[in-house]
Design a binder for this molecule. Structure first.
Ligand code: FAD
Length: 531
């Protein structure tokens, strides 16, 4: 081994950056963070709406394609994943949502002691500085700034909210406080965690360093092997190896290292180290169906379609860090029950005061707005029952894994999406929105029967990029991969800490929950008493 550290963290994404920061806060710990991608200094990474630019940029993005998926008409899905410092949080839409309290009580009730809502809330608070200040649910002194930018949102967002109130839904001023239910404005995050830690002498970050496997000494993780600048290198971990490579790459690294289904590993000539059939299974994700409207009132399209509008917005952002480019496209939305009998919200809606048709990978930037004033309202199911899987297709660590999302494979999921699109139609026919909708462009009002609506859901729904649970936490090692301390079953000195350990997907965007998991794991690793 040419190097030696106490902790070796694989992947500088949402979770890895939190861990590097917390583990290196004690000057007595030496930490190495290994990242396959490069620096996060690019303009489009630092620009919130630059999401459209990084979406298809292989310099910062793994750009995965899934296998053809029967539940969505055998379409392949494009899965962007950040390959850069900050990981997917450097290329994401920055919406800050924690999920529902009941999600974490579900985690606990599945047998994961210590992960109920009351136990995780302090860790959500530990991550953030909320613009509106601290209270029982929010904190004012964490590393991640969470901004309330509702004043800067497009005026159409207020019309969307008024429409929802006309449909009988409630306004919610903070989706991340007492209850998530209702409609309102999304809060957004800054990009923050790693930079304080980078200044510490005991925290080393290697970029362009792709881990190829974990090295074992009798089932104890002794270090890792990685490729950097065409050189194969090895590093020893005196205390622990922590895999934080995300929901796609963490299971891949485990399988490449001999942890998984023995038959699969042997098929690829990999000697099994620990039999853990759950690696790569239980894969979950959020699917979303967009309805596009032509508007009678101006939308962001009017400002961003012409080249001079783009230039003006760019200048405003460069000079003042304000304006359209400082915001997410997902401005308003909410968490709603598709049917009053639902015990808690089962659907999430996004209202974007801009419309665009996504280009296929590699053709042009994602978000060329439509020529006409338009907006998009979309709906997704919060807690799908469908489960997919992913697996290595070769022993070559540089070959992509095969991903089988298995979307809409459960009838219940189809029914909840149907509730969802009917809800979009209800919103659109409320007086507030009906007054400004010139036309439902997609799917078009002729799509009306149950069969046609379902066919349209299968034909057009797309991922919103929240894969989780492919190294699931749980009490039963026949299906789970890690225990409630994030230890990989059957090994020593090895944990997985990232979106892949979620026992179930949370009700909303996943980044806040990933950071919470990493905060809590940092305390577990350091042996600190839980908050
Ligand atoms: C386009 C997009 C939009 C999104 N929008 C939102 C949003 O608005 N709000 C929200 O809450 N969530 C959003 N998400 C989801 C959220 O960003 C992710 O859930 C979260 O960032 C996942 O964190 P992670 O630590 O599990 O993995 P990641 O952040 O993906 O980090 C994994 C890191 O490991 C590195 N890595 C992988 N393999 C190796 C290897 N072999 N060696 C070394 N390094 C490796 C990767 O390059 C990456 O940097 C979005 C995601 C995407 C892709």
């Amino acid at each position: 081994m040419d190097l030696e550290f106490d902790f070796v963290i694989i992947g500088a994404g949402s979770a890895g950056c939190v861990l590097a920061n917390r583990l290196s806060a004690d000057a007595g710990n030496s930490v190495l963070l290994l990242e396959a991608g490069g620096s996060d200094k690019g303009f489009w990474i630092q620009t919130p709406i630059g999401y459209g630019k990084t979406f298809y940029d292989p310099a910062v993005n793994w750009m995965y394609m899934t296998e053809p998926d029967p539940g969505i008409d055998n379409r392949q899905s494009y899965w962007p994943r950040g390959k850069v410092l900050g990981g997917s949080s450097s290329i994401n839409a920055m919406v800050y949502i924690r999920g529902q309290a009941a999600d974490y009580d579900d985690w606990r009730d599945l047998g994961n002691r210590g992960w109920g809502w009351d136990e995780v809330l302090p860790y959500f608070k530990k991550t953030e500085t909320a613009a509106a200040g601290g209270n029982r649910y929010r904190s004012a002194d964490g590393p991640l700034y969470v901004d309330n930018v509702s004043q800067q949102h497009h005026p159409l967002c207020r019309r969307f909210i008024a429409a929802a109130l006309q449909c009988g839904f409630e306004f919610n001023s903070d989706f991340n406080a007492e209850t998530q239910e209702g409609v309102g404005h999304y809060q957004i995050t800054a990009r923050a965690y790693l930079h304080p830690a980078l200044k510490r002498r005991n925290c080393t970050v290697f970029t362009q360093a792709q881990v190829t496997r974990i090295l074992f000494n009798n089932r104890s993780a002794a270090g890792v092997e990685f490729m950097q600048g065409g050189q194969r290198r090895r590093v020893k971990a005196r205390r622990e190896v922590i895999v934080s490579a995300g929901a796609v790459n963490s299971p891949q690294i485990l399988q490449l290292s001999g942890i998984g289904e023995p038959a699969l590993l042997k098929n690829h000539g990999i000697e099994p180290v620990v039999e853990l059939p759950g690696v790569g299974h239980n894969l979950q994700d959020h699917l979303d169906c967009c309805y596009h409207y032509r508007s009678r009132l101006p939308t962001l399209n009017n400002r961003l379609y012409p080249w001079w509008g783009k230039l003006a917005a760019g200048m405003q952002y460069l000079l003042f860090r304000k304006g359209m480019l400082s915001l997410s496209v997902n401005q308003a939305g909410g968490f709603l029950k598709g049917h009053p009998s639902r015990p808690r919200p089962n659907l999430q809606t996004y209202f974007n005061p801009m419309s665009y048709t996504a280009a296929p990978p590699g053709k042009r930037p994602l978000m060329q707005p439509d020529r006409y004033p338009g907006f998009v309202n979309s709906i997704g199911q919060l807690r799908p029952l469908s489960r997919g899987h992913l697996r290595i297709d070769s022993a070559d660590p540089f070959a992509p894994v095969k991903i089988f999302p298995n979307y809409l494979s459960q009838e219940e999921d189809v029914m909840q999406m149907l509730e969802g699109v009917r809800l979009l139609r209800r919103l659109a026919s409320s007086p507030e929105l009906a007054a400004i909708i010139e036309q439902e462009v997609t799917p078009g009002i002729e799509v009306r029967s149950e069969a046609d609506l379902i066919a349209d859901i299968r034909a057009r729904s797309t991922t919103v990029f929240h894969p989780t649970s492919s190294c699931m936490m749980g009490p039963d090692r026949k299906i789970a991969v890690v225990d409630n301390q994030c230890h990989v079953y059957g090994t020593r000195q090895l944990r997985v800490v990232d979106a892949s350990v979620f026992p179930t997907i949370v009700s909303g965007n996943t980044n806040a929950a990933v950071m919470m998991v990493a905060e809590k794991a940092a305390d577990l690793i350091l042996g600190k008493r839980e908050h």
